[in-house]
Design a protein around this ligand. Structure first.
Ligand code: F6R
Length: 587
């Protein structure tokens, strides 16, 4: 869960290009960082604890034509200068993103080699040095390393006897190459170099890339030079700029209407029948499983209820980390849907591979084209949320939910005469709602609280889970979501005069039930808030009512904004909450 960037160039490039690019990768981890750069034919390494800004303080005002840099999220070994990347042993300097599962075994093979830290990355650095000492061939040494290591990795390597080149390999971790006029870039994510080029090459697993000045060479598994395709990246410069918003999260919340409009324009610009050309008919399956982590799992839960309500297909939604180890045997008439913003989440990817072994049809709802899930699913579907920078997801979650709705419509509701207009109206409804919301009374109530609860039934429960996650992850208030009917079975014991309870009530058939649960907690002196789109429910916050199928897309924006405002007033780092990284590529 780290970020890497590097470049080689025909011209001299300021070190600021690397540190600025690295800042775009901070969402992947930010406990320590470092850079190795060539200056005057010497390799220099600088490392720092904390964020890139700390590293910048110690960078000289110099230029380079070959450098690799890294921002770390500790997995093996605590955050420390020794464990920060780049690592250096003998002839090898490298940065690594991923986890090497057999690093202890490799360490044994290193014998007496002195290691200065505790990371798996340092072990493979020393190991590659050992391999290189045996064959004196950069490509051969890297090829051998790939045969020996187990786990996931994106590696960028500079050899001490070829200080003008960088070698890259990857497995199950992203590494994208950027082709600019004078330079070649590498990074975990296009956003790190998008200011310089949008011309990208996606490195395939098993290939080795060599960057030299402005030249890119790619070698196949047999170490033969191979052709590659340069594509235009879907990420654009605007996506990585805050554009006057206080935070990226706020910008991304406000982008949701645009994302919805973009997706509708892509999948059904004129009428719902167009969905047939673009989307799979999921009604042909007898059962569906949905798999994801965190908010993607919550999007799956929304999908589950909507599919069951509208298509009457039984659905079960799993946390990917549970699914991958569960003793599950799926019938061949099952569709497995995987949801992931990054397309690289390790557990979700492992779950997809498990389904492929079972010969189950797999559909992935993913926000990153060329990501592992996108590449490996039988039916990849791209949500068009574009780059999401804030660690807490907002627009990508909404795009996942919308994609599930479109699949449902395509598979059973295309003949609804008013539905297309209602879909097209959504962006405006959301824009008007979020720009008119006054959250101050609620923020004042929540800002000093340490516990908040969210209750709801059916779809409202799925919304509550996401609402609770949003608030807890960025404001550090302890939040729980409960199925409202479950409260009396234990959790109501927690409620007292310090509790804040939100009831979400969009589901008409259970509205009265949830209202009486809210009365129960109010009777225990909790401060309660009723959030509802239903006309006949007296609500503290009235959400605009849209068609039941589409309601979650409107309602969730309230909770996203609330979480944002509460986190801001509590002085939290909204875009980069503590202990969290955006892309969880390890178990
Ligand atoms: C919460 C959040 C996470 C992600 C989860 C899955 O705001 O962003 O819970 O939803 O880590 O990530 P992806 O969607 O990349 O698989």
């Amino acid at each position: 869960m780290c970020g890497i960037i590097g470049l080689t160039s025909k011209a001299n490039v300021s070190l600021a290009v690397l540190s600025t690019g690295l800042k775009q990768l901070e969402y992947r981890g930010y406990d320590s960082c470092g850079i190795a750069y060539v200056d005057d034919n010497q390799l220099n390494i600088r490392k720092s604890l904390g964020k890139i800004i700390e590293l910048e303080k110690q960078l000289p005002m110099t230029v380079t034509n070959c450098a690799i840099a890294h921002t770390r999220w500790a997995t093996h070994g605590m955050p420390s200068l020794a464990n920060a990347h780049p690592h250096h042993h003998g002839m090898v300097t490298l940065v690594h993103n991923g986890i090497i599962e057999n690093s202890s075994k490799l360490k044994e093979e290193l014998g007496n080699e002195q290691l200065y830290g505790q990371t798996d990355s340092e072990i493979i650095c020393a190991y590659l040095d050992m391999l290189y000492a045996r064959c004196h061939d950069h490509l051969q040494a890297l090829w051998h390393l790939e045969q020996m290591i187990k786990g996931s990795y994106a590696l960028a390597v500079i050899f001490g006897d070829a200080l003008d080149g960088i070698y890259c390999v990857r497995k199950d971790n992203p590494l994208i190459l950027g082709v600019a006029e004078d330079s070649i870039y590498l990074a975990s994510d296009v956003s790190a170099f998008i200011e310089h080029t949008d011309q990208v090459v996606y490195l395939e697993q098993g290939e080795i890339a060599l960057l030299h000045e402005d030249q890119l060479s790619i070698y196949d598994k047999n170490l033969q030079l191979s052709d590659y395709v340069i594509e235009r990246s879907l990420v654009n410069k605007e996506d990585v700029r805050c554009q006057g918003f206080k935070t990226f999260m706020l910008k991304e919340i406000y982008e949701q209407p645009t994302v919805i409009a973009r997706m509708l324009d892509m999948f059904c610009p004129d009428d719902l029948q167009q969905l047939k050309d673009n989307l799979l008919d999921i009604s042909k399956y007898d059962q569906i499983v949905i798999v994801g982590c965190g908010s993607a799992y919550h999007a799956g839960l929304v999908g589950q209820i909507l599919i069951e309500n509208n298509l009457e297909i039984p659905v079960r939604t799993y946390l990917a980390s549970e699914f991958r180890y569960a003793n599950i045997n799926l019938r061949s008439d099952t569709l497995a849907i995987f949801i992931s913003q990054s397309g690289e989440t390790a557990d979700t990817l492992a779950a997809l591979r498990k389904c492929k072994i079972m010969n189950i049809d797999t559909l992935a709802i993913v926000n990153v084209i060329g990501s592992s899930l996108y590449n490996e699913a039988k039916y990849p579907l791209l949500t068009l949320a574009n780059k999401e920078i804030s660690v807490a997801t907002t627009k990508a979650y909404s795009a996942q939910v919308l994609m599930l709705m479109l699949l449902i419509i395509r598979s059973g509701l295309m003949d609804d005469p008013t539905l297309h207009q209602k879909l097209l109206a959504l962006p405006k409804v959301i824009t008007n709602f979020i720009s008119s919301l006054d959250l101050q009374p609620l923020v004042a109530e929540l800002k000093d609280k340490e516990h908040a609860y969210f209750i709801g039934r059916q779809i409202d429960h799925a919304i509550c889970l996401e609402a609770a996650l949003k608030l807890k992850e960025i404001s550090y208030i302890h939040c729980e979501a409960y199925a409202a009917g479950e409260l009396k079975h234990g959790s109501i014991a927690l409620i007292n005069e310090n509790s804040v309870v939100f009831a979400n009530i969009d589901e008409q058939v259970v509205a009265d039930k949830t209202l009486s649960n809210l009365a129960e907690v109010a009777a225990r002196k909790a401060k309660v808030f009723c959030i509802s789109s239903l006309e006949d429910v007296a609500a503290d916050i009235k959400i605009p009512r849209v068609k039941a199928l589409l309601q979650p897309l409107v309602t969730i924006t309230f909770y996203q904004l609330l979480a944002h405002e509460v986190a801001l007033i509590r002085g939290c780092n909204v875009d980069q909450p503590r202990n969290l990284a955006k892309s969880v590529t390890v178990e």
